[in-house]
Design a protein around this ligand. Structure first.
Ligand SMILES: *Cc1c(COP(=O)(O)O)cnc(C)c1O
Length: 382
């Protein structure tokens, strides 16, 4: 059996090595390292894949979120509603721009922002909502867009973990996540579902004016070279990364299918276990399984059991991860933003209970069998 990894980037690369090597060499030969043709091609391909009018490539997913908030001209003190149960980047950029992060609860089933909690958190200062499609499951976008419309708020989707996911509306129509809000943001960090071989990100919008603004902010605030209209930043996707992503985007649906197959295996192995809840799949979202995350419950000291499982699996050479061990509102980073004033019981409850198992496109049945049997072996001893 191949060693088990949380994400097996090497194995995935080997399957497309010839194509990728040739594409990278092409870029080297062209020497168009910045803004080469593959960058524009990728933007066009992403727009048609997501069904969105504009794609603005940038340097990483964190920049994508920051540029989105800058382009919307959010001002210090403006309130931005975000989940606390997320990767730090989502909330960090809010603080970086001196906006006020307003942390709200997630739905414990989907791990995504709870629309009812958003409603309660809205004040006259609220300007934007940042739903995160966590672990690859879409947030309840129909409800979120309705709230945004009622209160005239921007919606910035953090789609870093869910590119390729579909959101289905109650009327049966569907859209790709990242193409629903005012702006969508994603990351091409190597371990993401659509990952490059370094850093990368992209921003999506259907709004022509906003697209110009996003491009300007990402490019030192200029539309015409050396004439800087606003304070911007420098955030570009390298041509080499775009060339790699062009190849991998064509495989994204296959990659998602492979992840879903692994998830189905896990689901079946853990079904009906009294202490394990497998990832929920809401009718409005397919799940692209960036992570496969279990919720443990019913143990006297559940955090201890969860941490014990994590450590014991490591001894068996099976990696597992706690995403995330400290929710945003409890991070020291946010102490001066009043993070500790937020009482988020569901977020804390989940933080003690979640554990993510290896999830990638190259998992083999033998590996899955081994992982699941070891998880069950440990839990059945508790
Ligand atoms: C990875 C990730 C980001 C940031 O992406 P980078 O490319 O690493 O900057 C933002 N939000 C979420 C939810 C992520 O998982």
């Amino acid at each position: 059996m191949r060693p088990i990894q949380m994400v097996d980037l090497k194995q995935q690369y080997l399957a497309i090595k010839e194509q990728v090597d040739a594409a990278v060499l092409d870029v080297l030969n062209s020497s168009a390292f910045i803004n080469g043709k593959p960058v524009q091609e990728l933007a066009a391909d992403l727009s048609s894949y997501l069904g969105v009018k504009h794609t603005i490539p940038c340097a990483n997913g964190t920049d994508a979120l920051q540029i989105a908030m800058m382009a919307l001209n959010l001002q210090p003190g403006d309130e931005v509603i975000t989940p606390s149960f997320t990767y730090i980047a989502t909330t960090e950029v809010v603080a970086l721009l001196r906006l006020k992060p307003v942390f709200v609860e997630v739905d414990p089933k989907t791990f995504c922002i709870d629309p009812a909690a958003i409603r309660k958190a809205i004040t006259p200062k609220t300007k934007a909502i940042v739903p995160v499609h966590l672990y690859g499951h879409a947030a309840n976008m129909e409800e979120i867009m309705k709230i945004a419309q009622e209160h005239n708020l921007y919606v910035i989707e953090d789609n870093a973990q869910a590119i390729g996911a579909d959101y289905t509306y109650s009327d049966g129509t569907s859209k790709k996540t990242g193409a629903i809000g005012t702006i969508g943001c994603t990351s091409f960090f190597p371990s993401k579902n659509l990952g490059c071989y370094g850093d990368g990100g992209a921003i999506f919008t259907n709004d022509d004016v906003l697209a110009d603004q996003l491009r300007m902010v990402a490019n030192h605030g200029q539309k015409v070279r050396y004439y800087h209209e606003v304070v911007g930043c420098n955030s570009r996707l390298d041509t080499v990364q775009a060339a790699i992503l062009l190849i991998k985007l064509k495989k994204l649906d296959d990659y998602i299918a492979a992840r879903r197959k692994a998830a189905d295996y896990y689901d079946a192995a853990f079904a009906n276990h009294p202490h394990i809840t497998v990832p929920y799949r809401a009718p409005y979202s397919n799940h692209v399984f960036h992570q496969y995350t279990l919720t443990l419950d019913g143990y006297k000291n559940v955090a201890e059991v969860r941490n014990g499982l994590n450590a014991w699996l490591a001894e068996q050479h099976i990696p597992s991860m706690i995403y995330y061990p400290v929710p945003a509102h409890r991070q020291n980073m946010f102490a001066s933003f009043g993070g500790n004033d937020f009482k988020l019981e569901i977020t804390d409850w989940l933080t003690d209970r979640v554990i993510s198992l290896p999830m990638h496109t190259e998992l083999e049945e033998e590996q899955l069998q081994h992982i699941t049997s070891k998880v069950l072996e440990y839990l059945n001893k508790q």
